[in-house]
Design a protein around this ligand. Structure first.
Ligand SMILES: [Zn+2]
Length: 191
C-alpha cells in the first residue's frame, strides 16, 4: 500500500481535517488526522494494519502493544496480521500502565504501535512500560508519521505515511496571528 493510497483513505473518510488545531504536543497546526474515522471501518483497519505489519514479519514479534485509546485498534489489527497477542497500555493518573491482567513475559519480543506519531512521546512512554515489564521492544510503527521522520523513537520505526505538516509554537503560529483560536480535536488525556 503506497502512502498516497493511505492518505486517500484518510481523505475519503473525512479524517484529514483542515483548520487550526492544538495538538497534544502543545503545538498548533493547520492539519489534524482523526484516525478513528478511518479505523471505524473494520475492513479498512485490517487492511492498513496488515500493510504496516509487513515491515515486522521477520522480527519474531510475540506481542503487539499500543497506548489507549487511539492505538487500540492498530494494536489489535497489527497483531491479527502477525498472529500474536494484542495488548494496550492505558493512563492511570497520567502515567501509562498495563492493566486488565495483561502481562509481558521477561524477554518477550514486543512491537509498539500507534495511529499517528507527532513527537513520539506516547510511543516512547509505551516502550518504557514494556521495558519495565521485562519485555524487549524490537520495533515500533504507526499508520502515519507526522514528524516526517524527525521523531527519534530509539528503536526500528516504520510508518505507512510520512507527512510534513508544519506545526508551530503558539507564539509563532501564523493562524493565531490572524485572530483565529485553535481547537483541540483529541487531547493526550483522551488518547
Ligand atoms: Zn495557532
Amino acid at each position: 500500500m503506497t502512502s498516497e493510497e493511505v492518505l486517500d483513505i484518510y481523505r475519503q473518510t473525512g479524517a484529514l481535517l483542515n483548520g487550526h488545531f492544538l495538538l497534544s504536543s502543545g503545538l498548533h497546526s493547520s492539519q489534524y488526522l482523526q484516525s478513528a474515522l478511518v479505523l471505524q471501518q473494520p475492513d479498512t483497519a485490517t487492511r492498513l494494519c496488515a500493510a504496516l505489519a509487513t515491515h515486522f514479519k521477520e522480527l519474531r514479534i510475540e506481542a503487539v502493544i499500543a497506548p489507549a485509546l487511539g492505538g487500540v485498534f492498530v494494536s489489535h489489527e497489527t497483531a491479527r496480521a502477525l498472529g500474536v497477542r494484542a495488548l494496550f497500555a492505558e493512563r492511570v493518573a497520567g502515567e501509562l500502565a498495563l492493566r486488565r491482567g495483561f502481562t509481558i513475559k521477561p524477554g518477550e519480543r514486543v512491537l509498539v504501535v500507534e495511529d499517528v506519531i507527532t513527537t513520539g512521546k506516547s510511543t516512547k512512554e509505551t516502550i518504557a512500560v514494556v521495558n519495565q515489564a521485562g519485555g524487549v521492544v524490537v520495533a515500533a510503527g504507526s499508520l502515519v508519521d507526522r514528524s516526517n521522520g524527525k521523531a527519534d523513537i530509539g528503536v526500528l520505526y516504520k510508518s505507512l505515511v510520512m507527512l510534513d505538516v508544519p506545526a508551530y509554537t503558539p507564539e509563532n503560529c501564523p493562524l493565531c496571528k490572524t485572530g483565529s483560536v485553535p481547537v483541540k480535536p483529541g487531547s493526550r488525556g483522551l488518547k
